[in-house]
Design a protein around this ligand. Structure first.
Ligand code: ADP
Length: 375
């Protein structure tokens, strides 16, 4: 074991624009000396975190993502994945105080914009210092670490014959249902494009563990999807927005190539089913009167997803990169966007690009932080 390692408990925290991600390492065996030293407070924290899967009204533990028997700094144990809305940081601090965390933990390894924004609140409320790590450094360290610990981490959405898709954009549920999830061997990953779809989007070129740069980004991200969906449909959660989108039809909202041409625009290979103008039908009062909430949610999802897909594809071709890895919580419980991205990467590159996904979606920054490579 690493003798310089900080005292338990070990946390990594990513305080993002929408969600705060907390990763907790539960050591498997504690040695004699540590058992004697393990305070009641430490035991209580461990019990509280590992025996519950809901904390307060909005905190959740993603039990299905739990990683057993992993090694960090020479210690074996279990990683637990917890999230809550960043708007609830105040409630988290109160909870931390009530559990006695303040007396035990004097430093938390943190990343994300909130590590700066809430730094003083952590000091004032619970006397905890935030040891800050850059969020993109943490993201990549987290991706590489989690992938090395979990053979099932990286996957892709395959068509039945594994061939590139040449057909029309599969916007219908029936066409998208042919995709099946398959594991992808990510053991020699470089170079790859990492597209992190959180509230906003960052696109990184990763050439080696410590050799990467941010090539692009867009403010039209997961936050835009959720914000517009709430405005247009009156929904109030991400889960509700995704469920609405899954049952809707964007072709009543968007203007397609065939709405303009009556069919394909054959000369430049644009199929009739392709969206020519996102939300393009909504300038008609008559069509607005007929459209459903679900259709509006789906059009919002398709618009945001396809725009991210376009930017990712342009970056990949500019940088001569074939593997495009998508992560971030926008992809949480959202197979529709993953399939649309898989389709778009393959179709528009004539099979040259591959869209890859990661099981732990939005938690990599928090994991990277837990590894606290800066010490
Ligand atoms: P950030 O670090 O910017 O908060 P995340 O990777 O956590 O980014 O992704 C945030 C996005 O994930 C939201 O904009 C939304 O699209 C989506 N999302 C997934 N689950 C939730 C949820 N429970 N609450 C809010 N947004 C969610």
């Amino acid at each position: 074991p690493d003798t310089d390692a900080p005292p338990m408990p070990w946390f990594g925290m990513d305080i993002g624009g929408t969600l705060t991600k907390l990763v907790y390492f539960e050591p498997r065996e504690t040695n004699r000396r540590e058992i004697d030293k393990e305070t009641e407070v430490l035991k209580n924290i461990r019990r509280y975190l590992t025996r519950n899967s809901a904390y307060g009204k909005t905190g959740r533990r993603d039990v299905h993502l739990q990683m057993d028997n992993v090694e960090i700094r020479g210690r074996r144990g279990t990683l637990h994945f917890i999230r809550f809305p960043t708007s609830e940081v105040g409630a988290f601090l109160q909870l931390a105080r009530s559990k006695g965390m303040a007396d035990l933990v004097n430093t938390i390894y943190a990343t994300g914009g909130g590590a700066y924004k809430f730094e003083e609140d952590f000091i004032k409320e619970v006397n905890m210092r935030l040891s800050k790590m850059d969020e993109l450094d943490a993201l990549i360290a987290g991706v590489l670490y989690v992938d090395s610990m979990n053979a099932q981490e990286c996957y892709y959405w395959a068509t039945p014959d594994e061939q590139p898709v040449h057909t029309h954009p599969p916007y219908s549920e029936a066409a998208l249902s042919v995709y099946v999830r398959k594991p992808f061997d990510f053991s020699s990953p470089y170079p790859f494009l990492l597209v992190n779809v959180g509230s906003g989007v960052s696109v990184l070129v990763v050439n080696a563990p410590n050799d990467y740069y941010r090539v692009s980004g867009t403010s039209l991200g997961g936050g835009t999807f959720l914000g517009l969906c709430c405005l247009l449909t009156g929904c109030s959660s991400f889960e509700e927005a995704i469920a609405l989108a899954a049952s809707g039809d964007n072709t009543t909202v968007d203007k397609l190539v065939r709405d303009i041409y009556g069919g394909d625009y054959a000369r430049f290979g644009l199929p009739g089913d392709l969206v020519a103008s996102s939300f393009g039908q909504m300038c008609s009062a008559e069509r607005r009167a007929r459209v459903s909430r679900a259709d509006l949610a789906r059009a919002t999802l398709v618009t945001i997803t396809n725009n991210i897909g376009s930017i990712a594809r342009l970056c990949a071709s500019n940088e001569h990169i074939e593997r495009v890895v998508f992560c971030g919580n926008f992809l949480r419980v959202n197979p529709l966007s993953m399939k649309l991205l898989s389709y778009a990467m393959s179709y528009w590159s004539r099979g040259a690009l591959k869209a890859l996904f990661l099981e732990h979606e939005g938690y990599f920054g928090a994991v990277g932080c837990l590894l606290h490579l800066d010490t």
